[in-house]
Design a protein around this ligand. Structure first.
Ligand code: ADP
Length: 229
């Protein structure tokens, strides 16, 4: 892959809801953003500013009203759903505030399943899952179901799941927002180590300015536009 091509490029993204109705709302008013390879960017925004909307558009879970979304140089804007789903599965990892692990599966299986969906053989998928769990210090818990894990452990397993298919781009929406400050610190450090170790690009929404300061660049979303923090 050409290192000069941004992993994510958003150009002129606009998005609103309830068009033509009395409750019409414009959320994004012309978003331009580039993430270089290996770059980790903090997205800081007041609640309701549209960061989830922006992350969903960047991750091909939603479509803008206007503007262009490129992943590693490929224009995804007008691609069919099948193509967008394939690119999303292979190239994009998501992390949410809540872990969203499947409760009836073990930690290991939760990391294996997305790999199987991406065509990886089970043995290989299990080895990769073990390796990822070891990197975040949860290997001894690999056979536990989510309910038997602490909040910090659940979230670290969710990080492993997001990285299971070796995405180019990680999108995270308040990844430590549900944790107490001390756990948040440990879990965030584990996330940064994972991200730095793989060299992927990440856009990480957070309210925590201390965590934001540890990323390469900080941007603010306000009134539908991006600016410096
Ligand atoms: P954030 O993640 O920054 O809290 P969101 O992206 O979730 O913000 O939402 C931004 C704004 O768009 C909010 O005012 C929200 O109410 C509105 N919104 C989000 N999704 C929808 C939807 N599906 N229909 C109508 N309004 C929505």
């Amino acid at each position: 892959m050409n290192e000069m091509i941004p992993v994510l490029r958003l150009s002129g993204i606009t998005k609103g809801y309830n068009h033509g109705k009395p409750n019409e709302v414009t959320v994004l008013r012309g978003i331009d953003l580039e993430l270089a390879r290996g770059e980790v960017v903090a997205l800081v925004a007041p609640s309701g500013a549209g960061k989830s909307t922006l992350l969903h558009i960047a991750g091909l879970l939603d479509t803008p009203d206007a503007g262009r979304v490129e992943i590693a140089g490929a224009d995804m804007t007008d691609q069919r759903d099948r193509v967008r789903t394939r690119v999303r599965r292979a190239d994009v990892g998501f992390i949410y505030q809540f872990h969203h692990l499947l409760p009836e599966f073990t930690a290991l299986e939760n990391i294996v399943l997305p790999q199987l969906a991406n065509g990886v053989a089970r043995k290989e998928a299990e080895a990769r899952a073990q390796e990822l769990l070891a990197q975040v210090g949860v290997a001894p818990r690999s056979a536990h179901r989510p309910a038997a894990l602490s909040g910090g452990e659940q979230q670290r397993v969710a990080f492993c799941r997001a990285l299971a298919n070796g995405p180019r781009l990680l999108l995270a929406d308040e990844p430590t927002g549900n944790l107490d400050p001390e756990t948040s610190e440990t879990v965030f450090s584990a996330l940064m180590a994972l991200v730095r170790g793989t060299g992927l690009s990440a856009l990480i929404a957070t309210h925590n300015l201390e965590l934001a300061a540890r990323m390469d660049r900080q941007i603010r979303l306000d009134q539908g536009r991006l600016g410096a923090l």
